[in-house]
Design a protein around this ligand. Sequence first.
Ligand code: AMP
Ligand code: MG
Length: 407
Amino acid sequence: MTPIKPGTFAYESPALAVQALAERLSPVGIESAEWDQAAGHILAEAVVADRPSPPCDVSAMDGYAVRLEDLCLGRLPVAGEVTAGKEPPALPPGTVLRIFTGAPIPPGCDAVIAREDVQELPDTVVLPDAFALEPGRHIRRRGENGQAGETVVRPGTAVSSAVAGALAAFGISRPKVYRRVRVAILVTGNEVHEVRADVRPWQIRDSNGPVLAAMLSPLAFVELQSPRHASDDPAALRAAVEEMAGVADALLLTGGVSMGNYDFVPEVLRSLGCEIVFHKLPIRPGKPVLGAVGRQGQAILGLPGNPVSALITARRIAVPVLRRLAGCSVVQVPRPLVRLRDTVGKPAGLFRYRLVRWNTAGEAEDVPSLGSGDLISAARSDGFVEVPPDAKDGDLLPYFSWSAADG
Ligand code: AMP
Ligand code: MG
């Protein structure tokens, strides 16, 4: 392992930098959501079972409700039916009741015979010779999934489709959730123009604003404001940042964060009294990235202007920081792990990001890239892999897809 030179970077890894920034931030406020609007929002309360699951004993099969002591009779008349959604009739001794999946178990019944295990005659069932059943066969017991009062889902969890099901099953019609995180985007650079602009060869179309909007708009816990642009001028930049800080919980800036003469973002943030938590991390691409906390506790990220650096630092650093503001209990979600060919690489001492694409064999393969300006390679990739400085060939490495919805 090549140690990171002490004193070079405030944090030795992107994970530690994210953690340090997240620790200085607090989640946004809480509100109630309608159950049918809650998908993707972050729960601010636990989902607690209001009754046992299932709420009564139910049949797991289509078949016949029986008393075990009647099985010796071999042939049993069908006394009636038990259907789902109705209070069950009692099972008369010496008979069976036809029962359907999900229907409540009638009093007196201690097992269900599957339909396919008997011969069905009109109004009678015939059991195979020496037919035996253990008590409780094909019965789902009241409370076997969970008891009333049990915590089903903890606060800080996103409402997935499965969680939405639990909310409904336990009668939570207006769950408490964190309100959406207001995110403002500021793209900087004199050379940067809007996508519809008629650009000259020395001008470029803004790709970072669209990158951030596309990455964040699918997140239900984000309320995105329209991306804005500022020129490389400290006064203009300062005015834009102040205005955005008045209305947003998080400010994402791109460009102007390196060491060039026109890179005013760090000094403007300092002049506004922001706490710079990190500026430059041992990562490539994305090294100039800056993380700060605004005067009113806003998360502020200065992402490098290079298109691939902006993409990667947004995904690797900004998304987890936004999760913290959103109230997620897990800020840095454990990643799927993949192996790459030729893991060891240059330069030593940095976390390197490698663009990958999934092939038809289900393996992540490299997408060759010319570096932080090569948006064409990035657009042909599905995401990237983070290779730590001490990685060895064959190591399992964390994968980040371009979709931020998986954390
Ligand atoms: P900067 O970080 O401002 O020094 O920008 C680094 C490089 O990224 C320069 O080549 C910029 O032209 C380019 N760049 C900056 N902002 C954007 C943007 N919004 N869209 C596309 N490229 C950009
Ligand atoms: Mg610039």
